[in-house]
Design a protein around this ligand. Structure first.
Ligand code: GUN
Ligand code: ZN
Length: 475
């Protein structure tokens, strides 16, 4: 069989470095090609550059022109829950009672395979409509649900990380599993799915509060036997949760409950990390592990304000992904996640600018809290890829990587009337700064209506103008 070659022409914006490393000139971290060409072969980027220089090298290739759009790498959602799609926006509770009242009953319904399959459809349709092409997802305690998740991801050829969820405490009967079953299910699923196509497996202790010493030992055993898989969990999300967790595990802090079982290292992600101490952040940094910043969820559940500027301390930088944490978070859109992340930084700076109490003044950390468009869009593309050790596979348009991308419409929704886009709406951006201004406008003023098209491995899987309602059907 011959190779399938095609090309995309348009305005491209991606990243080659962490913009926090270039506070005086963030443009050094990015690439903007006003009229570019991306050549794709069998779903992989073969060539990337200006249309003028590259097109002569590919005289016979079929070119799809996407005009009046900014083409970015597909967004990465570092922390999301498959089985919470139907309970977005559940009213009135903080984390622990919210789990009991809304989440565990809904996740249990996924043990009906038809319900789970339909849930997977909702989930992936919503992701693609939001421009998200990769996610690290929780499933449920039931192995058939993880299997349905990987099957649905494979149908779309999406790069995903997931696994069966380990929980043997805190949840009601019927929503837990024994450590032994969890170990056996994980092993079977991992052998079936890890590195099968674009699927990657994560050992998934739900959170230390819900895992006994035996459950954590099962995770430790799996990690030892399969050192190249991921570990995905929650860490230090909510003060009550932390208190109970420390009592259960007898540790000095939340992170130690995972360290005790050798789980913290490369390819470990702890979701939230709102209340991590400076010392826990230092240990995460040294271990090469990651935190997923979930601002929509932290605000919806009232968890608190993640210290982004502290996590980006150059002396102990923490690898970060950003996550929607559906359904603690109330929207799939990573643009919305960026919107809330920006506001969290601004709130933190009310303390750090010294206006409330001069003793807390820290201008360096305050500067790092400011989520510029460069920092923001790096965080949901190459930055998240780096936190997941996938920077050689996804995250930007460097040849050799997988051709996942999103075409953004800077006039979508309210953005067409925003004052700082008005002058650019007609002709589009001609410089990197103009493009960055449009990106900032889309994250602060825009929404899903800015996501015009989503492509996975060089194939269009979503187009706004032809999209069917994602939630059709009786569920
Ligand atoms: N901690 C344990 N489970 C969950 C969950 O489903 N959502 C959130 N936000 N935190 C958790
Ligand atoms: Zn979560």
């Amino acid at each position: 069989m011959g190779t399938a070659r095609s090309a995309i022409r348009g305005s491209f914006f991606d990243f080659v470095d962490d913009p926090w490393k270039h506070p005086d000139d963030e443009k050094k971290s990015a690439r903007f090609i006003q009229d570019g060409l991306m050549v794709i072969e069998d779903g992989i980027i073969k060539d990337f550059g200006s249309f003028e220089t590259l097109s002569a090298n590919y005289p016979h290739v079929q070119v799809t022109h996407i005009p009046n759009r900014l083409i970015l790498p597909g967004f990465i959602d570092g922390h999301i829950h498959l089985a919470q799609t139907r309970v977005l926006g559940s009213y009135g509770e903080q984390l622990l009672p919210w789990l009991q009242k809304w989440i565990f009953p809904e996740e249990k319904r996924y043990s009906d395979l038809e319900y789970a399959r339909k849930g997977c459809e909702h989930f992936f349709n919503n992701l693609l409509a939001a421009g998200t092409t990769t996610c690290q997802a929780f499933t449920t305690h039931d192995a058939t649900v993880a299997d349905a998740f990987f099957t649905a991801a494979t149908t779309r050829n999406m790069r995903v990380i997931s696994g069966v969820t380990g929980i043997d405490m805190f949840a009601p009967e019927g929503s837990t599993d024994t450590p032994e079953n969890f170990y056996n299910d994980s092993k079977k699923l991992l052998e079936k799915w890890h590195k099968n196509g674009r699927n990657l497996y994560a050992i998934t202790p739900r959170f230390a509060l819900g895992c006994s010493a035996e459950m954590m030992t099962a995770c430790q055993r799996l990690r030892k036997e399969y050192p190249d898989v991921y570990v995905n969990t929650h860490v230090s999300e909510n003060p009550t949760e932390i208190r109970v967790c420390l009592e259960n595990h007898g540790t000095k802090d939340y992170l130690e409950a995972y360290e005790k079982y050798d789980l913290v290292g490369p390819r470990f992600t702890g979701g939230h990390g709102v209340w991590l101490s400076d010392d826990e952040m230092r240990r995460i940094s040294i271990a090469g592990a990651a935190v997923s910043f979930c601002p929509t969820s932290n605000l919806f559940l009232g968890n608190g304000l993640f210290r982004l500027g502290k996590a980006k301390d150059p002396n102990q930088p923490v690898k970060l992904s950003f996550g929607s944490d559906i359904g603690g978070g109330n929207r799939f859109s990573m643009l919305h996640v960026l919107d809330e992340a920006y506001k969290v930084g601004m709130c933190n700076n009310t303390m750090l600018d010294g206006s409330l109490d001069p003793r807390f003044k820290n201008t360096a950390e305050a500067e790092r809290n400011k989520l510029s468009p460069y920092r923001a869009f790096w965080s949901i593309t190459l930055g998240s890829a780096e936190s997941l050790y996938l920077q050689d596979t996804i995250g930007n348009f460097t040849p050799g990587k997988e051709a996942d991308f999103v075409a953004l419409d800077w006039t979508g929704g309210q953005t067409g009337t925003a004052w700082h886009t008005e002058v650019l709406v007609q002709d589009g951006p001609t410089t990197m700064d103009e493009a960055a201004n449009l990106l900032f406008s889309m994250m602060m003023v825009g929404d899903d209506r800015c996501v015009d098209q989503t492509w996975v491995m060089g194939k269009q899987l979503y187009c706004q103008s032809t999209a069917k309602p994602a939630l059709a059907g009786k569920y």
